[in-house]
Design a protein. Structure first.
Length: 330
C-alpha cells in the first residue's frame, strides 16, 4: 500500500508541475527588475509602499543573484531620491540567503551597498534548517551594517527566541504563518502560532510587519500591536486576494506595503499542499488557463474599502485562503 501511495503521489506531482509553473507566473511582476519597478510605481501612486524581491530560478548562480540584489538596491535608492517627499517610494529589498548559497562574501557586498544606499535589507525565511545561518548573518550585520528586518514564521517553535533576538538587535520583524512545518511542533495551529509571536513582539519590537491575507487574523494582530503602542503595518503579497485585508488596514488606519517579486519564479512546495488540499488543484488549473500575463502586468489593487470586481486575470477574493504562495516562506 505504501508503495502504491508513493507512486500515486509522484504521478500527481508530475501532472501538476506544469500547471504550477504556469500559475506562478501570475504572482510575479515579470522576469526583470524594470517590471517590478513599474509595479512599485503604480503602487506608490495609490499610496502603498513596496518591497521587491528577486525570485531566482534553477539556472541562477549565486553571483547572478547578488548582481540582481545590487541593481535593485541602486534602483530603489534612485527612485527615492527622485521623489524625496513621497512616502510610497520608501521601498526596501527582500533577499533569500540560500540563493546566495550563504556566501559571506556576496552577502557582505550586498549589505555594504544597502548601507551606502540607505535601503533596508530584509531576510526572507525558508525551511527551518536555514534559520540558524540566517540569524547568524543578521547578528553579524546588526552592529554596523544596514537597516535590517527578518521573517518570523508563527508555526516554528524557535520563532519566540528569534523574536527576542530581533528585539535585542532592533531588527524589524515580519510575522508570517509559515509554509514549512517545524518538526518540533508539526501540528501547531497556524493562527495561534502567529498570534503568539505577535504577543511576544507587542510593546517591545522596533516595528512589526503583519504579513497575512487572512483578514480576521491580520486585524487581531494589528489591534494587539496598536494596543501596546507598537509601530506596525500590513504586508500583502502581490497578486494574491487583497480586498478584505485592505479594508482591515483602512479601518485600523495602518499603512500597507506590497511584496513585489520578479524573476523566474516557480512553486517548489505547492504540489505537496495540493495533495493535502485537492481544491488547490482547481486553483492551479484555473490560473494556468487564464490569459498570459506579460511583464509588468498589474493585478487589480483597489483603494481600501473598494469592492469593485477584479479585472480578468487578477487574483479574486474567492481564491482559497490557503493557496500556495510562490517561492519562500513569507
Amino acid at each position: 500500500m505504501q508503495t502504491l501511495t508513493s507512486y500515486l503521489r509522484r504521478t500527481v506531482s508530475g501532472c501538476l508541475w506544469p500547471l504550477a509553473r504556469r500559475a506562478a507566473r501570475g504572482y510575479i511582476a515579470g522576469p526583470e527588475l524594470d517590471d517590478a519597478l513599474r509595479v512599485t510605481d503604480t503602487l506608490a501612486g495609490r499610496g502603498y509602499c513596496s518591497t521587491v524581491g528577486f525570485w531566482d530560478g534553477e539556472g541562477d548562480s549565486p553571483r547572478s543573484v547578488a548582481d540582481q540584489y545590487l541593481a535593485a538596491l541602486d534602483a530603489l535608492a534612485a527612485r527615492r531620491a527622485e521623489h524625496p517627499y513621497d512616502a510610497g517610494r520608501n521601498s526596501y529589498l527582500s533577499i533569500k540567503l540560500p540563493a546566495l548559497r550563504f556566501s559571506a562574501e556576496l552577502l557582505g557586498e550586498v549589505a555594504d551597498r544597502a548601507a551606502r544606499q540607505q535601503v533596508r535589507l530584509h531576510f526572507d525565511s525558508h525551511g527551518p534548517e536555514t534559520a540558524d545561518a540566517t540569524w547568524q548573518a543578521i547578528v553579524a550585520l546588526a552592529v554596523d551594517g544596514p537597516e535590517l528586518s527578518s521573517t518570523l514564521p508563527g508555526r516554528w517553535r524557535r520563532s519566540i527566541d528569534d523574536a527576542e533576538l530581533a528585539i535585542a538587535l532592533g531588527v524589524t520583524a515580519r510575522v508570517v504563518k509559515g509554509q514549512w512545518s517545524d518538526a518540533e511542533q508539526p501540528e501547531v495551529d497556524l493562527r495561534e502560532g502567529f498570534l503568539n509571536v505577535i504577543d511576544h513582539l507587542a510593546g517591545r519590537a522596533r516595528h512589526v510587519a503583519v504579513a497575512s491575507h487572512d483578514a480576521p487574523l491580520a486585524a487581531e494582530a494589528l489591534r494587539r500591536l496598536r494596543a501596546c503602542g507598537t509601530s506596525c503595518d500590513l504586508e500583502l503579497l502581490y497578486g494574491l486576494p487583497q480586498y478584505a485585508a485592505l479594508d482591515v488596514a483602512a479601518q485600523l488606519d495602518v499603512p500597507v506595503r506590497f511584496y513585489v517579486p520578479y524573476g523566474r519564479a516557480y512553486l517548489p512546495y505547492c504540489l505537496a499542499q495540493a495533495r493535502r488540499q485537492p481544491r488547490l488543484i482547481w486553483w492551479l488549473l484555473r490560473d494556468s488557463l487564464l490569459p498570459r500575463r506579460g511583464p509588468g502586468f498589474q493585478p487589480a489593487i483597489h483603494a481600501p474599502g473598494s469592492h469593485a470586481p477584479p479585472t480578468s486575470g487578477a487574483a479574486t477574493p474567492n481564491a482559497p485562503s490557503a493557496a500556495p504562495r510562490p517561492r519562500g516562506n513569507d
